[in-house]
Design a protein around this ligand. Structure first.
Ligand code: NDP
Length: 291
């Protein structure tokens, strides 16, 4: 069996067009959504992410602002920039690019962001809203994974979802979102006793581990839907290559459907960031969210 390929790139392009349409609509009401990105240090991967976010904003008609700090910025310096952005009426979304240098308390910085502008959905208030099932800003990667899953499978109620990874940015919010869709959810992590046996029971597998090609084909139930969140850079045949957390070549022979890496969850993350920025701008200005 060869799995259906879940094309995140195509679905993300559609979502980005919808966001651009929504932005054009709210602009007629005098609202131009604005996203501010704060980048600390010279990490090349972070710079690539920030540049692609800027480009995506421009294409959607969202204004983008950028603050660059050297890696020796103090916590106080960073917090004062967050306070400035919180007070800026042209900024509706604030994103602090992670990871931050070790001397900075990342959670304190995130919790200093106005929760109404927390488009990453990492603020403790938005995490709490998600946990109790209230509407708020939802982290982009799990939101993108959910939208793609629903587009592919429709109603998720009653399905057994196994999430591998329990981070605050992917695994935990993913579990909350799938619970809200009435899935039966199992969350696995590095201390899970028998990971292959847990994965074998899954109708839906979400892999968010950070280990290249870690999930093997013979762990999967025949026909399972596999969402591979992982992004790992490896050397293969003398060339740099991006691979996911799932052994894609073998898994696609067992799964019913699978996301590729690249071109699966990654593009959905940026599309959801734009969507969250539009949502935040509408909520702040009391304008109906057009999507
Ligand atoms: P973290 O490192 O924060 O979390 C990894 C999780 O995987 C932890 O919960 C850890 O368990 C678990 N884990 C690690 N090793 C094992 C193992 N051997 N068996 C079972 N579980 C294990 O990573 P993130 O959640 O931030 O990211 C996960 C992956 O997703 C990465 O590849 C990252 O690059 C990618 N990513 C992709 C995005 C996208 O846009 N597509 C966005 C964000 C992340 P424990 O808690 O016990 O340590």
């Amino acid at each position: 069996m060869t799995a259906v390929l879940i094309d995140g790139k195509a679905f993300a392009a559609t979502l980005r067009e919808q966001v651009a349409g929504g932005v054009a609509q709210v602009q007629k009401q005098g609202l131009t959504p604005g996203l501010a990105v704060v980048l600390v240090g010279e990490d090349p991967a972070s710079q690539v992410y920030v540049n692609s976010k800027k480009k995506a904003c421009a294409e959607a008609g969202i204004a983008s602002f950028e603050t660059l700090f050297s890696s020796d910025v103090t916590q106080v310096g960073l917090l004062s920039e967050i306070a400035r952005l919180n007070a800026d009426d042209t900024v509706h979304g604030i994103l602090v690019q992670l990871p931050l240098p070790g001397h900075i308390d990342a959670q304190a910085v995130i919790n200093a962001i106005d929760p109404a502008k927390d488009v990453d959905g990492f603020h403790i208030l938005n995490a709490g809203k998600l946990a109790v099932g209230q509407d708020g800003l939802v982290p982009c990667t799990p939101l993108g994974t959910l939208l793609l899953l629903k587009h592919h499978l429709g109603n998720l109620a009653g399905k057994h979802a196994v999430i591998i990874g329990r981070s605050n940015i992917v695994g935990k919010p993913m579990a909350q979102l799938l619970l809200k869709e009435s899935c039966t959810v199992t969350v696995c992590h590095s201390k899970t006793a028998d990971l292959p046996a847990e994965v074998k029971r899954a109708d839906i597998v979400v892999a968010a581990i950070g280990q290249p090609e870690f999930v093997k084909a013979d762990w999967l139930k025949q026909g399972a839907t596999v969402m591979d969140v992982g992004i790992n850079r490896i050397m293969r045949d003398g060339a740099n290559k991006l691979v996911g957390d799932v052994d894609f070549a073998a898994a696609k022979e067992v799964a019913g459907a699978i996301t590729p890496v690249p071109g699966g969850i990654g593009p959905m993350t940026i599309a959801c960031l734009l969507r969250n920025t539009l949502q935040a701008a509408c909520a702040i200005r009391g304008v109906a969210f057009p999507l």
